[in-house]
Ligand binder design. Structure first.
Ligand code: SF4
Ligand code: SF4
Length: 188
């Protein structure tokens, strides 16, 4: 976004190009947002975000690409769709978040949160191999990568005792079809 300096102030000149790119990728027109805040007030993950959903949409409008793409918000969004159904202008904000995550991933720079994308990646790798997630294998993989071996171990043990985590892996019959699907959508 360009900034022009007058004698007494900075004048912010919005750059529409980023918003148009987001529209092309997601089909969502962020310029319809009039900042009513309904998305942010209903968001269950707002407490963990560095930019609230309505602020993020505003930043997209203004062309603040770097701020948006390197935000934590796009990774902690749980894709619950609450914001999308609350928006009076029918902007599918969850879809915008999805598109922004893809842009952040493709740019290969610093991510606003390293753990969430790593978890996504480990989860998908587990699905790709068996067509079904193997919780213990996936969690061990994730723990080794994050070097946080004992974090949440109490919670893991409680889940195991309640039968929420299986000791042995299982797989679907048509694993090749699952792999083909992954290959088909790789990089989309
Ligand atoms: S989809 Fe994401 S941004 Fe929207 S309400 Fe859910 S967690 Fe919040
Ligand atoms: S609910 Fe829709 S119109 Fe309201 S601030 Fe959020 S994106 Fe903008």
């Amino acid at each position: 976004m360009a900034q022009k300096k007058s004698q007494h102030e900075h004048v912010v000149v919005p750059d529409n190009a980023f918003a148009h790119r987001v529209r092309k990728k997601t089909g969502e027109n962020v310029f319809q947002c009039y900042q009513c805040l309904k998305c942010s007030t209903g968001c269950p993950m707002a407490h963990a975000m560095d930019i609230l959903p309505h602020q993020l949409i505003k930043e997209v409008q203004l062309g603040l690409r770097e701020e948006v793409i390197s935000s934590r918000t796009i990774w902690v969004c749980a894709s619950c769709l609450t914001c999308s159904v609350r928006c009076p202008n029918k902007i599918d904000i969850a879809r915008v978040m999805d598109g922004l995550r893809q842009m952040a991933h493709a740019r290969k720079g610093r991510l606003g949160d390293e753990l969430v994308p790593l978890f996504h990646e480990t989860f998908l790798r587990s699905i790709r191999g068996r067509g079904r997630v193997y919780e213990i294998g996936m969690l061990m993989n994730y723990k080794f990568k994050t070097k946080q071996l004992f974090r949440d171990i109490g919670l893991g043990w409680r889940m195991f005792r309640k039968g929420k985590i299986r000791l042995l892996p299982s797989r679907v019959k048509k694993t090749k079809e699952i792999k083909d699907l992954f290959n088909k959508f790789r990089g989309v």
